[in-house]
Design a binder for this molecule. Sequence first.
Ligand code: PLP
Length: 379
Amino acid sequence: MGLSTDAIHAGQESDPTTGAVSVPIYQTSTYEMAELGVTRGYDYARTINPTRSALERSIAALEKGQRGFAFASGMAAINAVFSMLSTGDHVVISENVYGGTFRLINGVLKNFGLSFSFVDTSDLANVEKAMTPHTRMVFVETPTNPILTLTDIAGAAKLCRRKDATLIVDNTFMSPYFQSPIPLGADIVVHSTTKFLNGHSDSVGGAAVAVKKEHIEKLHFIQKSAGAVLSPFDSWLVLRGIKTLAVRMDRHEANARAIADFLDGHPRIKRVAYPGLDSHPQHALAKKQARGFGALITFDLGGLDAAKALLSRVRLCSLGESLGGIETLISHPATMTHAGYTQPERDALGIGNGLVRISVGCEDAEDLIADLQRALDAV
Ligand SMILES: Cc1ncc(COP(=O)(O)O)c(C=O)c1O
């Protein structure tokens, strides 16, 4: 089936008991046994819950994987994936990943004898150079946050196969509607479902989708053992959000293209990063490996004062963390999502104090452009 059809139907079959077309919220912690030692397939809700299972089937189908796992947040999903490693293992990872991933690695995972090399994965030669005999995983965020550089997923998959490493792609920014890392060769896809999959800024959640039996078994074991599972209500919210994924993503992207064109020509703006612009250095790769360019745009106003002036004047664009909701969110990566990096680290990544990121929502593009125009006039 096509992605729009799968978004509405995969995993979301009518309830077998009542025919309810909306998957019920199974708000239960445990299940009555048929008799001693005999369950109906459900024993305890940390291990299995029908609402969560429906979401896991839905996301696995959308990502074209074998099995999905839903977690209490995107970070919990990423932590579960890294929990597959053992002391001494090494990971190569995109250098400007989401700040929370960076914090998890430096503040927690490194204490367990794991090592990580942060490299610019847009050049696969850097990935190969950083690999050691202990490299077990390559973790790629593409496009990266907030600079929007891309990594060649198929190329990375080929390299990982050659080096016997597992390729993990954080597909949060593109959503499965625009990008399918698994058919391109990735082994595991992770998501913050908080973003486009749920799409309504009213749930925090995460997911991992795997293909190989060994990964599926490990992730299942970690999910039930560590227990950072998504609640039944949040699972239902994400299922509901996914039903409109296709229509939302089309609108997000149409608006983003219009806004990127507007910003690109604006005299106050030094540089606009959007994979859909011809000026994006990896525009050709974006066209090759994805079905769209997404809804994230980053632009540089040259300094903190200009960024502050803009952010204090926008009215329709809400100043806030996060992305992927139907409402347009605007943020300042240096002091918000990437506050966990030191200034020299941010400088090295190109996350200057004048950088502003927009997650373009589904409002009318003309209203968003008018809001930005008004705010930019005062910068
Ligand atoms: C690309 C990316 N991955 C992972 C996460 C973490 O997700 P969560 O906030 O749901 O824990 C985020 C959060 O912003 C993100 O942007």
